[in-house]
Design a protein around this ligand. Structure first.
Ligand code: F6P
Length: 547
């Protein structure tokens, strides 16, 4: 087991400090310190990152920043931007920042500047998306394309799906749909309303070997050919996004209809690449490029700002603080922004596939905790679901609130109510309601005696429940780019602190292998060696389907 971090004086100082912080209460910290918000909130242009409602003091941040220095966060940032193969288990560089590099500076992998290739694909995406959007690109029978279906899963689905949802005000004239699940219901429900003559499929798969995506692609092709009855139709209705030209050709998609990206783009960091094609088709290439520009601005901030004023670094460190020193097991993401409703799902992959690891970069079991369980829902819906636990449950759940100052919809009154709720929830979590306050309220409501005493403990809110508040002017392509990049770099920094490789995902392999072994058995092949539960479930399945 690796105990490296545990032996560092910087780590031990945080452990000792955590014992002191456990005695504090946020409400008192605010009462005693009028400068708390000013000192513990950080700005990047209009984006405000308020850390002051976290269980931290100035000393906590000082100690966390020392930890970041000790883990060589600045060195790792430099290595990433320099194109080093920091994804060492796969021997790959990690350069999603190159996909949105607007600086004109070269970014090199093994001495080769990758920017010309990035620019070339962006140019092809522009030409193609404009052709489809304007109707210059037609379907096989000469009809205009009205619907685009992205067939992809994980990083080839979650990013573009989340972004298209977030940018709906800019969407159209094309409709964009996403099919990820191998459950045929996903494809069937999507195709049900579509006209094959007017539908364009994007098969999005970095590896072009993913079972779910290829299964959906085969069925989609069959659906198309069943109706258009001409193999030549595939060329007008199927394009691919992949790193594997041969696999795309083998599948039957003309490589001329393939948009390339590269092995130095991790799947969960790929929405900035041609994987973002559905975004370009939906909102237009100018908006897609505004998204890239926003992300690039955050990249530049991350690359150049000192650690103590660096938003992704600070966000990461506060997360580490909860997981490793205060015992939090989960992290809630609460966008008070309906159009960010897919952000929690997107971050589940980004964070948990990146840092859900238990061996360090040298392959030793880590002696500390790594990624928390990430979950969440938009506010105010969550308030009527799980907020009870956040306010009065037994667990420490750090929360991220995200909120736009301006709503951008035709209901200004709604937006003020939304803002009030977001602010109120964060305040309530922090302040709580003391027994004296609860008593006074009950008395004011006319209760007294035994009835009051019986109800009183249920009306007390302990408070001291931490949250980070991210407030921005409005959710537009540029801001969205900044927000996503903020979280991407947070994840990177946490991986450095936890000493894990945030860019591989070996943990998804075993289940895939076992599924490949079980499938032929379900199709009548010989039964392999399984545990009694798997055998029993298979048998019951056979009984139910009459096999
Ligand atoms: O879930 C494992 C994974 O490899 C993800 O990392 C990736 O985003 C997803 O599968 C899809 O992979 P591909 O783009 O190669 O189809």
């Amino acid at each position: 087991m690796s105990e490296t971090r545990l032996g560092w004086p910087e780590w031990q100082a945080l452990e000792a400090h955590a014992r002191a912080v456990r005695q504090l209460h946020l409400r008192r910290l605010f009462e005693e310190d009028p400068g708390r918000f000013e000192r513990l909130s950080f700005r990047f242009d209009d984006l405000l990152l308020d850390l002051s409602k976290n269980l931290v003091t100035d000393e906590t941040l000082r100690l966390l920043l020392r930890l970041a220095e000790r883990a060589d966060v600045p060195g790792w940032i430099a290595r990433m931007f320099a194109g080093e193969r920091i994804n060492h288990t796969e021997g790959r560089a990690v350069l999603h920042v190159a996909l949105r590099n607007r600086s004109g500076r070269p970014i090199r992998v093994d001495g080769e500047d990758v920017m010309p290739r990035v620019e070339a694909v962006l140019a092809r995406m522009r030409a193609f998306s404009e052709a489809v959007r304007t109707g210059a690109w037609r379907g096989h029978t000469g009809r205009r394309i009205t619907d685009v279906v992205n067939l992809g899963i994980g990083g080839s689905d979650l990013g573009p799906r989340m972004v298209c949802r977030a940018l709906r005000p800019w969407g159209g004239p094309l409709r964009v749909h996403f099919v990820a699940n191998v459950d045929g219901a996903d494809l069937a429900d999507t195709l049900a309303g579509l006209d094959p003559e007017r539908t364009l499929f994007i098969v999005a798969s970095k590896s072009f070997t993913t079972q779910e995506t290829l299964t959906n692609a085969r069925s989609a092709r069959a659906w198309l050919l069943e109706r258009l009855a001409d193999e030549a139709a595939v060329a007008r209705h199927f394009v691919a996004v992949s790193t594997h030209r041969e696999a795309v050709a083998a599948f039957g998609i003309d490589p001329a209809n393939m948009f390339e990206f590269w092995d130095w783009v991790g799947g969960r960091f790929s929405l900035w690449s041609a994987i973002g094609l559905p975004i370009a088709l939906y909102v237009g290439m100018d908006r897609f490029e505004a998204l890239l520009a926003g992300a690039h601005e955050m990249d530049e901030h991350f690359r150049t700002a000192p650690l103590g004023a660096n938003l992704p670094v600070l966000l990461a460190l506060v997360g580490v603080w909860y997981v490793d020193f205060l015992g939090a097991e989960t992290q809630a993401v609460l966008p008070y922004d309906q159009r960010l409703e897919r952000l929690p799902a997107y971050l589940q992959q980004a964070e948990m596939e990146s840092n859900g690891k238990s061996v360090d970069r040298a392959g030793r079991r880590v002696g500390w905790h790594t990624c928390p369980v990430v979950w969440g829902e938009p506010g105010t819906n969550g308030q009527h679901a799980f907020f009870q636990l956040l306010h009065q449950g037994t667990r420490l759940v750090p929360c991220d609130f995200l909120l736009a100052a301006e709503g951008g919809d035709p209901y200004p009154e709604h937006h003020r109510i939304l803002v009030a709720n977001a602010l109120a929830q964060a305040e309530a979590l922090m302040r709580g309601r003391t027994e004296a306050e609860a008593r006074a309220e009950l008395e004011a409501a006319g209760l007294s005696g035994e009835a009051l005493e019986r109800l009183l403990p249920h009306k007390v809110f302990p408070g001291n429940r931490p949250s980070t508040f991210i407030l921005y002017r409005r959710l537009d392509p540029r801001t969205l780019g900044r927000l996503i990049a903020l979280y991407e770099h947070k994840i990177f920094v946490q991986g450095v602190i936890w000493d894990v490789n945030a860019f591989d995902q070996w943990g998804v392999e075993l289940g895939k292998q076992l599924a490949s072994a079980i499938l032929p058995e379900l199709e009548g092949g010989a039964t392999g060696a399984h545990d009694a539960s798997t055998v029993g479930l298979m048998q019951h399945w056979r009984n139910l389907v009459g096999g």
